[in-house]
Write a protein that binds this ligand. Structure first.
Ligand code: CU
Length: 447
């Protein structure tokens, strides 16, 4: 518990740094009908509404560490709480953030932070301004009052409740930290599962949940029931918590077989058996998606014996390609040219989005697409995509490709995250491309 909590806090702090300071301290625009100035009616506030608004800005800015452009020499005793029903979902959490942030920076204690939280919450209640966030925070305060949460837990629970948009990213990041250690062989599968359960319980104990957290909860139930164990269990949690990775991983695994099939390295029977194995693997992990189900349908049709293996492979390739295009179309909507990664010298990145035509227009299929090196230099390619690619000498219309080309090279199938390196000993200009996506082209000039 302690460890995952600490990690969580570190992560939360990172988010808060952006969160608290991106909030713009707009002058409150209290509704005429409410006419609330802090914890009182504006008519009771010394100097009235105008004075309250002016004071609130300087008070708020001094809390967040900024400075007010207006100087107020005659400061009134002013409550720091600003109540408004206009932008309650922005202003309420922003005010809470001020104190949660101070707490996370160690400037105030959890008790002090909670006192402020309670006060802010009370001000909204007194002004009869309610929203899902306000009542959600109220629930967490009640849990604290009834002893279900200790003070540190209560502050964190309030934080996540007031900023529900952070729940999934923080949950995923906390799980990822454990899963990553397992993937690096730093901890065993059993230790990873313990860590996953601890992280998960950290959120559940705070009475925080989301669809992802509930989905992982089901997977943990399967683990507890003995249906999943070891590396399978870790992988099942990983994919459940990051459903966005399910299709890319499935596509990559299926294409590894269809690619070898197209190169005539394996027979159609071997290909269909390989795909069946991949499919069963996901099903065994209790992980699915529309794509996995569609491929499952094709495999069932094949098992009836009514279609040939070649036909089944062709159908599966169509289904997979469709899912790939849909995913990539969604991605290109968010985007343009990928940012050049900060990589070691003579390293070439293969970014996401290259598996559909388009990257060749602005020459980012391989980044950089054209480099010059001295003879004897080793060049490294990194597949940053979740989908597979190759680095193959020549081009789609060349007579000789790969190792058949003069001083040629061929990475073979590179899954997402794979690296390939080749040392260029002989001067010359070497064109290369991706056999899976022939529009991907690059050149290495060796001097
Ligand atoms: Cu490619």
């Amino acid at each position: 518990m302690t460890n995952s909590k600490t990690n969580l806090v570190v992560f939360l702090t990172a988010i808060l740094f952006t969160g608290a300071f991106s909030f713009s301290a707009t002058i409150p625009n209290a509704e005429a009908s409410t006419d609330i100035c802090g914890l009182m009616f504006c008519s009771e506030y010394p100097g009235g509404k105008e004075a309250y608004e002016a004071n609130w800005v300087s008070s708020f800015l001094s809390q967040v560490g900024g400075s007010s452009s207006e100087e107020h020499h005659e400061k009134h005793e002013v409550k720091s709480v600003y109540v408004s029903s206009h932008n309650v979902d922005e202003e309420f959490p922003a005010q809470l953030d001020v104190f949660i942030h101070k707490y996370e920076l160690g400037k105030i204690s959890a008790e002090e932070a909670l006192d402020e939280i309670v006060e802010i919450h009370k001000a909204y209640e007194m002004a009869r301004i309610s929203s899902e966030l306000v009542s959600g925070v109220g629930e967490k305060i009640s849990l604290y009052n009834s002893g279900m949460l200790n003070v540190e837990e209560a502050v964190e629970a309030v934080h996540l409740t007031a900023e529900p948009q952070n729940v999934n990213p923080e949950y995923q990041a906390a799980l990822d930290e454990v899963i990553h250690k397992f993937e690096l062989d730093k901890i065993s599968a059993d230790e990873a599962i313990d860590g996953i359960k601890e992280t998960h319980m950290g959120f559940v104990d705070l009475y925080i949940t989301s669809d992802l957290i509930e989905a992982v909860d089901e997977t943990i139930s399967l683990i507890n029931a003995g249906k999943l164990s070891g590396a399978d269990a870790v992988e099942a949690v990983h994919l459940t918590a990051e459903p966005q990775n399910v299709n890319p991983e499935f596509i990559s695994a299926v294409e590894e077989y269809t690619y070898q099939f197209e190169l005539n390295d394996i027979s159609s029977d071997e290909t269909i058996n390989g795909i069946t194995g991949v499919h069963d693997g996901f099903v065994d992990l209790y992980v699915s998606s529309d794509l996995i189900e569609d491929v499952g349908v094709q495999l069932i049709i094949y098992e009836t014996g009514n279609v040939s293996a070649e036909h089944a492979i062709h159908e599966i390739q169509e289904v997979v390609e469709e899912a790939e295009l849909a995913a990539l179309a969604e991605m290109s909507d968010n985007g343009g040219v990928p940012v050049m990664k900060d990589l070691p010298p003579n390293t070439i990145d293969m970014p996401k989005g290259t598996a559909v035509p388009g990257c060749e227009v602005e020459d980012w299929c391989y980044m950089p697409g054209d480099i010059t090196v001295g003879a004897g230099t080793t060049v490294t390619w990194l597949n940053s995509d979740t989908l597979p690619h190759t680095v193959t000498s020549g081009s789609a219309d060349a007579d000789a490709i790969g190792v058949d080309a003069p001083n040629g090279f061929d990475s073979g199938f590179m899954s997402g995250g794979d690296e390939y390196e080749h040392t260029f000993d002989v001067a010359g200009v070497y064109d290369y491309y991706c056999q899976l996506h022939p529009w991907m082209e690059g050149t290495i000039t060796v001097e």
